[in-house]
Design a protein around this ligand. Structure first.
Ligand SMILES: *[C@@H]1O[C@H](CO)[C@@H](O)[C@H](O)[C@H]1NC(C)=O
Ligand SMILES: *[C@@H]1O[C@H](CO)[C@@H](O)[C@H](O)[C@H]1NC(C)=O
Length: 226
């Protein structure tokens, strides 16, 4: 099993430029212009919803075990200003340090949400709905469908990752501070107090042994002609 996972990871690394997606689509993985690419390795599982059929502006490829995923997406931004901040974001989740986020400013003026600088979901209502959905539902299928149903934004596509046990890394290029773009981490609210735990990202397992850490990538996808 381990060998299979490794060979798949190696395979996707070699084919980093172009990988065939289900249906024979090609995903381009060198970010062109404002294209946003996301890599998640390894994760427990993922689901997508909304306007999520595979097409040039929303392309998902993954290993057969679903533990390694790449998404290439082009978003229709609400704010055309070149001053709107663009970041490269790397989230690493390890047993030793919990969740760590590194956000590197690529262009624009640095800005961040007041409540959480690592939340790249600029629409408050979308951000809050994601937290509610992650805390309310227990299976990934229902969470993915709930994102589309409750956020209810025409033209949006969503992908949600169950990050599973550490370690995992999620890296995203061209993360835009924009109302039509959302990249955030969400954790199931826990109703237990763990003594000696300095922050909410301590590795507290749910009673069923899962870690209950999720990541959502979503937004208004550009029309095909662009
Ligand atoms: C942004 O640009 C698009 C296309 O170039 C245009 O349709 C839209 O109205 C612009 N939005 C704003 C807020 O200027
Ligand atoms: C667009 O982004 C710029 C730079 O962050 C900001 O100053 C401006 O207020 C934004 N415009 C809108 C309509 O949100």
């Amino acid at each position: 099993m381990k060998i299979l996972i490794l060979s798949c990871l190696t395979f996707s690394a070699i084919l980093a430029q172009q990988t065939s997606a289900p249906g024979g689509n090609l995903c381009s993985y060198s970010p062109v212009g404002d294209e946003s690419n996301q890599k998640a390795v390894p994760i427990q599982d993922f689901r997508s919803s909304g306007l999520d059929f595979i097409r040039p502006n929303w392309c998902i490829t993954h290993c057969a075990d679903r533990k390694s995923v790449k998404v290439a997406a082009r978003f229709q931004f609400a704010n055309n200003s070149t001053k709107a901040a663009t970041y490269k974001v790397r989230r690493t989740f390890t047993r030793a340090s919990g969740m760590k986020v590194h956000a590197e400013l690529i262009s624009g003026e640095p800005t961040h949400r007041d409540d959480n600088p690592d939340n790249f979901c600029m629409d408050d209502s979308v951000s809050a709905q994601i937290d509610t959905i992650v805390s309310t539902y227990n299976d990934l299928d229902t969470m993915a469908e709930a994102l589309n149903y409750f956020i209810n934004k025409p033209g949006w596509a969503y992908i949600i990752y169950d990050m599973g046990p550490p370690p995992s890394i999620i890296e995203t290029d061209n993360v835009k501070h924009d109302m039509n773009y959302c990249e955030k981490f969400s954790q199931k609210v826990r109703f237990v107090i763990v003594s000696g735990c300095p922050h909410i990202f301590c590795l507290q397992k749910m009673p069923d042994g899962t870690f209950a850490l999720y990541q959502v990538f979503a937004g208004l996808i550009k029309a095909d002609s662009h």
